[in-house]
Design a protein around this ligand. Structure first.
Ligand SMILES: [Zn+2]
Length: 372
């Protein structure tokens, strides 16, 4: 009896499989994901073909510009909300160092240009600023630190969350919110809608903003990333509202889900199974201990393509100048990623999470021309 012949197609398949297995780390680096024709990543200075930013990690949620006093207000609101969420009778937490005394470094142009240059040297290829006007984000400042450092920066648009809305937003129609965000998008080259938040349980005004953001997405095709204030609360409803507005969940990151320290990752998996990205975006520090096992588990279940990591940096304690070994805008790459690797996350998955997923998320086919 003749030996069964290997067909040409089968031979190629076998050859392909063995070549792929042997060369995986390099191949994964070289090949990268596919992008839709005409897709760009829109930074403040220029539009990039997404493949042009393959050489560095992309951080999808950081802060380089916030008004003076913003973090003081933020920490006060956070403490009030935390206290309101405690079971009755919980003793008050000892108060931390006086935040008002901490200088705001996110207005110091020389310092921030330096921090961006260091991040670039440490392997960051592109970085998203998650602020917008209600947080006192200054696009001119971002443009100058990008020019001086050579690090591409994406600027965002939107409204943040209830405590930070313009005082009269409650009386605005949804149309008005839509128009105001469109005005922001037209005023500056805008590459994302974010961070769009619910501070505690999502409020009536926050739902209105989410619906309006959904409409802005349909008018612009810009990707959306969110802030979920209290771990787990309203994360699923955020995605509900955006899906009801007709958005493909693959264009959305539901953010701050590392705060939801659940080893079973129920909410995270529910979001992933609907197609969206899950943001573990306060990394490179204390929060890593509970997030590493969640990432390990989600990667093992085949969900690496849905994970997004970043550090949400805003504190002077975390910048390189004040924390040379553990800080800096690259700490997601330099501090957090090595912990994932040590916990067994394969390099190929790490590459997708740090280099490919954020570019797939940010890449969009523009519906409106860039301004300036
Ligand atoms: Zn943030």
């Amino acid at each position: 009896m003749d030996k069964p012949k290997t067909t040409r197609r089968e031979a190629l398949r076998l050859l392909g499989a063995s070549v792929t297995a042997a060369a995986l780390p390099r191949l994964a680096t070289a090949a990268g994901p596919d992008f839709p024709p005409g897709a760009v990543i829109r930074t403040i200075l220029k539009d990039y073909a997404p493949s042009a930013l393959a050489g560095g990690a992309t951080l999808f949620h950081e802060h380089m510009s916030l008004r003076d006093g913003f973090m003081v207000d933020w920490l006060r609101s956070a403490a009030e909300t935390r206290a309101a969420n405690q079971p009755p009778g919980t003793p008050p937490r000892p108060s931390g160092p006086a935040q008002a005394a901490v200088p705001n470094v996110l207005i110091d142009e020389d310092l921030m240009a330096d921090e961006m240059a260091i991040a670039r040297r440490e392997g960051i290829g592109c970085i998203v600023d998650a602020g917008h006007p209600d947080m006192g984000r200054d696009v001119g400042f971002l443009r100058r630190i990008s020019q001086r450092s050579g690090l591409p920066i994406v600027a965002s648009a939107g409204f943040y969350s209830q405590p930070f809305y313009p005082a009269d937003l409650g009386s605005w129609s949804e149309d008005r919110v839509f128009e105001e965000i469109m005005r922001q998008v037209r005023a500056n080259p805008t590459g994302a809608l974010g961070e769009i938040g619910s501070w505690d349980y999502i409020t009536r005004d926050e739902r209105k903003v989410f619906r309006a953001v959904g409409r802005v997405h349909r008018a612009t095709n810009l990707p959306i990333f969110t802030h979920t204030g209290i771990p787990g609360k309203s994360a699923l409803e955020q995605l509900d509202i955006l899906e009801d507005a007709g958005i493909d969940p693959r264009r959305v990151v539901i953010g701050h889900l590392g705060n939801l320290a659940d080893p079973n990752t129920e909410i995270q998996r529910a979001i992933i199974r609907r197609g969206a990205f899950v943001g573990f975006d306060r990394q490179g520090g204390q929060g890593d201990a509970s997030v590493v096992p969640m990432v390990v588990s989600l990667v093992a279940q085949g969900y690496a393509d849905h994970l997004m990591v970043s550090s949400d940096l805003s504190s002077p304690r975390e910048i390189k100048r004040n924390n040379p070994t553990g800080g800096g805008y690259a700490k997601t790459l330099t501090v957090f990623a090595p912990k994932l690797r040590a916990a067994g996350v394969p390099d190929e998955a790490l590459h997708r999470i740090l280099y490919d997923n954020p570019r797939r998320f940010l890449a969009f086919v523009p519906k409106i021309k860039r301004t300036a």
